[in-house]
Design a binder for this molecule. Structure first.
Ligand SMILES: NC(=O)c1ccc[n+]([C@@H]2O[C@H](COP(=O)([O-])OP(=O)(O)OC[C@H]3O[C@@H](n4cnc5c(N)ncnc54)[C@H](O)[C@@H]3O)[C@@H](O)[C@H]2O)c1
Length: 302
């Protein structure tokens, strides 16, 4: 397929470019910045530049969009809720409209586990009610609803991926796993404030890119939304144990505190995408951490 990939300089975008090109797709990546990397393969275009996107879609004969461009978490625009609304909702609508006008075959929307909000001690599957606890989470619910609306009204074949907490090369937002790896290299201790019972649903970015490739390859989707994760529900003490085994020199101290996104999400069922589309995660946390460390040491970082 000829794919337009937004957010091409971001965490998921960088990995998806590589994975999708490896799967034989022609990928045209756009972003508002290359973060000073001198990335000559990236087109610098803002998501609000309809004319430039339209011209690019025509020039490259684009037949699918992978939409990773966004304000990618509440922490990326604290105190600026309308920026989140404008980038995550309005720009998603604009891209869906371009996909409609150009009669594209597929639209993949990066949604988030945040759509479920503070779900509590239940198993979260794709039928679970959406209860976002942030404007960011609400913007992802709205994006998903737009994907649904364009599908039912205009026949645009879109799918939303409700992605867990992503780690890997080119992550810019705060990440304890990044801290553990970098501090281990520097022979420094990593202090992590946490509630020892709080559960994290980490997923390596290469697995997210694999899930995107799987939905693009599927002949059809039985559903319009899928949970994407590593299938591991781990507390910070468990994560610290895995990291201490996987990363030589890791020295981790846990102190009382709370997470940035304190939604209680006990059990995140990610089996549906495997049953429907045959995609399964490949990188449990230990392997993902080693891959992340190798990438950082090779200079692949934000
Ligand atoms: N990182 C996570 O843990 C996570 C979890 C669930 C869902 N997601 C979603 O996945 C998608 C990709 O996230 P990511 O982790 O790669 O985030 P990221 O912040 O690394 O990448 C997002 C990219 O979007 C670009 N962007 C932002 N505003 C733009 C604009 N106005 N015009 C053009 N480009 C713009 C940024 O420059 C950035 O490179 C987002 O929709 C995010 O909400 C991320």
């Amino acid at each position: 397929m000829n794919i337009l990939l937004t957010g091409g300089a971001g965490l998921i975008g960088m990995a998806a470019r590589e994975t999708l090109a490896g799967a034989g797709h022609a990928v045209t990546a756009v972003d508002i910045t290359d973060f000073g990397r001198g990335d000559t393969m990236l087109r610098i275009i803002g998501l609000d530049d309809r004319d430039a996107l339209d011209a690019l879609i025509q020039a490259k004969n684009i037949d699918a969009v992978v939409h990773c461009g966004a304000i990618s978490g509440p922490m990326m625009a604290r105190g600026e809720p309308l920026k989140i609304v404008s980038v995550n909702i309005d720009r998603t609508a604009l891209l869906l409209d371009l996909a409609r006008i150009h009669r594209m075959k597929r639209f993949v929307f990066c949604s988030s586990i945040s759509v479920y909000g503070d779900a509590g001690p239940i198993t979260i599957n794709e039928e679970t009610q959406l209860h976002p606890t942030s404007v960011y989470g609400a913007s992802k619910v709205a994006g998903e609803q737009l994907v649904e609306g364009f599908a039912s009204e205009y026949g645009l074949d879109g799918v939303s991926l409700r992605i867990g907490r992503v780690y890997g090369p080119y992550r810019r937002a705060n990440c304890f796993l990044n801290d553990i790896i970098r501090n281990a290299e520097a022979r420094k201790r990593t202090t992590i404030p946490c509630d020892p019972d709080f559960i994290y649903h980490y997923v390596h970015v290469d697995d997210v890119a694999g899930a995107i490739a799987a939905v693009l390859a599927a002949p059809a989707f039985p559903r319009r939304s899928y949970n994407v994760g590593a299938g591991e529900a781990l507390t910070m003490p468990q994560i610290a144990d895995v990291a201490a085994d996987a990363i030589a020199g890791a020295d981790i101290e846990l102190v009382p505190g709370a997470d940035d996104v304190p939604d209680v999400q006990t059990d995140f069922d990610t089996g549906r995408i495997g049953r429907d589309l045959g995609w399964r995660p490949r990188l449990p946390l230990a392997a993902g951490l080693r891959a992340y460390r190798d990438a950082i040491l090779a200079g692949r970082s934000a």
